[in-house]
Design a protein around this ligand. Sequence first.
Ligand SMILES: [Zn+2]
Ligand SMILES: [Zn+2]
Length: 111
Amino acid sequence: MPTVGDRNPLAEFSIEIATCVAVSALERAHRMIEDRSKKERLARGVCPACWYNSELSGQAFTDWSCAACHARQPDWPNTATPTLCTPCGKKLKLCVRCCARVPLRVRKRTK
Ligand SMILES: [Zn+2]
Ligand SMILES: [Zn+2]
């Protein structure tokens, strides 16, 4: 007997949840491609994946230190704290949260 919890994966409720997960992944992908807050995002030195995936993170001012210069960074306005401070991120051209290259070079812009 398979033991994937007590839930039947074919129950209407499970199908609804699976659909919601898929739809929100798709919506997130669309937001990343549209990149509507690009200016604000680049000012913070954050890659699209981090920016559009952390919109709903908790509001709390969290203490953290930069992984490159080790300076204390007191004021990040939510609980998803970055890895690098903004000057280091800019200098290294990396996302301050996940250290991906910014800009991401995954797709050629046609416009
Ligand atoms: Zn730094
Ligand atoms: Zn990132």
